[in-house]
Design a protein around this ligand. Structure first.
Ligand SMILES: [Zn+2]
Length: 222
């Protein structure tokens, strides 16, 4: 039986979806898993292309069974026998789109994630996409760069961004206002981060020089 969860599957820090084993309804359908009589291994490969974990799957048209072992980081391996119900939604040109029903919330899901003891939808697994975890400053900078490229300007925050010859004045003004707004957001967030780092560094040096009272520790926000 295959095993999941040997590393990084910690209950408090589940993290981004990209870091977890994922079952894809489309991929399973393509490989014939959603037909009666199918059974076999379903595996995931590591960066070197070698299969590094797998589960046993008994396929089916209305439900599939997943058989595997799971452990929270460092804990004991637990055998898991999970049944996942399937549904199909007709597509406009004939084929059906298969979905899993999330075993916890009952919602339709194209993907289930092996971040907890059972395979669950993204929300129930407590996962976010890596892009939603990026800092506000990263996002604002990326959006500002996009506008700068459109204006044919250099990407530096201090570089001028003039109106390209072919661009209408109103379009340029709109883009330029948005650029200023995004660059201001980016600065604000970076300054906030810097302030937090300075506060944190100050706190660390205070802790080193004298033992803080329990109350001081509690008042710290990280
Ligand atoms: Zn769910």
């Amino acid at each position: 039986m295959g095993g999941l969860g040997s590393g990084g599957h910690n209950r408090r820090h589940r993290g981004a979806v990209e870091a977890h084993r994922r079952l894809s309804a489309n991929s399973m359908a393509k490989h014939g898993v959603f037909s009666e009589g199918w059974s076999g291994r379903w595996g995931w490969t590591g960066g070197d292309g070698e299969t590094n974990s797998w589960i046993w799957v008994v396929g089916g048209r209305d439900e599939i069974r997943l058989d595997f072992r799971f452990r929270e980081s460092g804990g004991d391996w637990q055998p898991v026998d999970q049944t996942v119900t399937l549904t199909r939604v007709p597509k406009p040109f004939g084929n059906d789109q298969p979905y899993f029903f999330c075993p916890r919330c009952g919602c339709r899901a194209l993907h289930l994630y092996g971040a907890q003891q059972r395979f669950l939808c993204r929300k129930c697994s407590g996962l976010v996409h890596a892009s939603t975890r990026e800092r506000q400053s990263d996002r604002a900078t990326r959006q500002a760069h996009k506008i700068r490229r459109r204006l044919g300007a250099e990407l530096g925050i201090d570089d001028p961004a003039f109106r390209p010859k072919h661009m209408r004045q109103t379009t340029y003004e709109k883009l330029h206002t948005r650029l200023e707004q995004k660059e201001a957001e980016s600065w604000d967030d970076m300054l906030l981060l810097l302030q937090r780092l300075q506060t944190s560094a100050g706190r660390t040096s205070t802790r080193r020089s004298r033992t803080p009272s329990p109350c001081r520790r509690r008042s710290a926000f990280w």
